[in-house]
Design a protein around this ligand. Structure first.
Ligand SMILES: Cc1cc2nc3c(=O)[nH]c(=O)nc-3n(C[C@H](O)[C@H](O)[C@H](O)COP(=O)(O)OP(=O)(O)OC[C@H]3O[C@@H](n4cnc5c(N)ncnc54)[C@H](O)[C@@H]3O)c2cc1C
Length: 351
């Protein structure tokens, strides 16, 4: 089995395959630990602990999708989330802790319960390192800095791939009985995105060229709080910790758009609210609004949101302990991609 991509998705697929005693290879255009999963900040939603329930997580997710999400997939995903978090903890992920030593949880947008489990504001990096160490105990072949260019299909069945080896400058063919595409998002289609320059949708394009059906490409998520110039993400965890949005008049404007959940409404609601404020003349000169954390206090900001502090100080010249953060929405997440069923199977056998 050939896994294309060594982010959290590709590595977890490869681990499942080696555990099932398959002969596994991974190709990745980046070192696995440079995958964009490492940029994930705020945490993972999972119903763990007695006070929360999987049913509520399912309900919140279906509602958050405006009832357009695939409900079978949502149910499967929510049921798997808790055991997956526990599994990742057993692999050594250093999740943040509550006072009593249990997994700490913070509120996130669109969730009726504080169910986001996190490792400060570096959750993706913590997960990626733990999973890479776990995978390193297994036998597999890694083709690093190889770029997938084509997926080879004959008579409706996948035969392998063609890839470009950057070190030799040669194109190579790799035969495989099955190919998993886990090449991440295509955020760089957009001028303003939280995604790295490597997020160019290569696998989706190759699958399309090979005859795979694509699905739901029009569902693109915009994150409300990206740093003004760079588009670097300011995690929703910042609002989960109590951060608030304000316009140029000093108004906490989310009260008009989502009177109950305010700044923690779902991302589409908050993004539209910010754009409306700016379009109606209540943004700051330069078209942005403020995210304020100052009232949370230095200790909380610097322990729970360390990386956010670094990003703001280094890339925007503002210190969130004493200054508001200038933010505006940016493209963040692609819900669509290669069309699959709930088991991840496409219309091409073996893909
Ligand atoms: C800034 C940011 C913050 C986020 N925060 C959160 C969060 O707090 N919680 C949450 O649940 N989600 C979060 N997300 C979303 C989440 O991080 C991603 O959905 C997830 O990590 C994607 O994992 P992946 O393995 O599919 O992709 P990636 O981690 O992007 O991995 C893609 C892999 O494919 C490889 N690749 C790409 N093209 C090729 C090619 N042509 N040939 C060979 N290899 C290739 C790359 O080398 C890489 O190894 C965030 C996303 C961003 C952008």
């Amino acid at each position: 089995m050939l896994v294309v991509g060594a982010g959290l998705a590709g590595q977890r697929a490869a681990l499942a395959a080696v555990e099932a005693r398959r002969d596994v290879a991974i190709i990745s255009k980046l070192h696995p630990l440079r995958s964009h999963s490492g940029a994930a900040q705020g945490g993972i939603n999972a119903a763990v602990g007695k006070e929360d329930s999987v049913d509520t997580h399912i309900y919140d997710t279906v509602k958050g999708s405006d009832y357009l999400g695939d409900q079978d997939a949502i149910e499967f995903f929510c049921r798997e989330a808790g055991p997956t978090v526990v599994e990742m903890e057993h692999y050594g992920t250093i999740f943040s802790r509550a006072e009593d030593g249990s997994l700490a949880r913070r509120p996130f947008g669109g969730q009726g319960f504080p169910r986001t489990i996190y490792a400060a504001d570096r959750t993706g990096l913590a997960l990626l390192q733990a999973l890479w160490e776990r995978l390193g105990t297994e036998h597999f072949t890694l083709y690093q800095e190889w770029d997938l260019t084509n997926i080879v299909v004959r008579e409706g069945r996948v035969q392998g791939i063609v890839a470009f080896d950057r070190r030799t400058g040669q194109f190579e063919g790799i035969a495989a009985k099955s190919v998993v595409v886990a090449t991440g998002p295509a955020g760089r289609i957009y001028g303003r995105t939280t995604n790295a320059h490597t997020c160019t949708g290569d696998g989706v394009a190759a699958a399309y060229d090979a005859g795979a059906l694509l699905k739901d490409l029009e569902f693109v998520q915009f994150h409300p709080t990206a740093l003004l110039e760079s588009g670097i993400l300011i995690t929703e965890g910042a609002r989960g910790e109590g951060g608030i949005l304000k316009n140029v008049l000093g108004e906490r404007f989310m009260g008009k758009y989502a009177p109950h959940v305010l700044d923690l409404a779902s991302r589409d609601v908050v993004s539209r609210a910010i754009v409306t404020e700016v379009r109606e003349g209540r943004g700051f000169p330069g078209n942005f609004v403020h995210l304020e954390l100052m009232h949370l206090g230095k200790e909380r900001i610097e322990t729970r949101l360390q990386e956010i502090c670094d990003f703001c100080r280094n890339f925007a010249g503002v210190d969130p302990v004493v200054n508001p953060i200038p933010i505006f929405p940016a493209q963040h997440y692609m819900m669509g991609g290669v069309g699959t069923n709930i088991r991840g199977e496409t219309n091409i056998a073996g893909l």
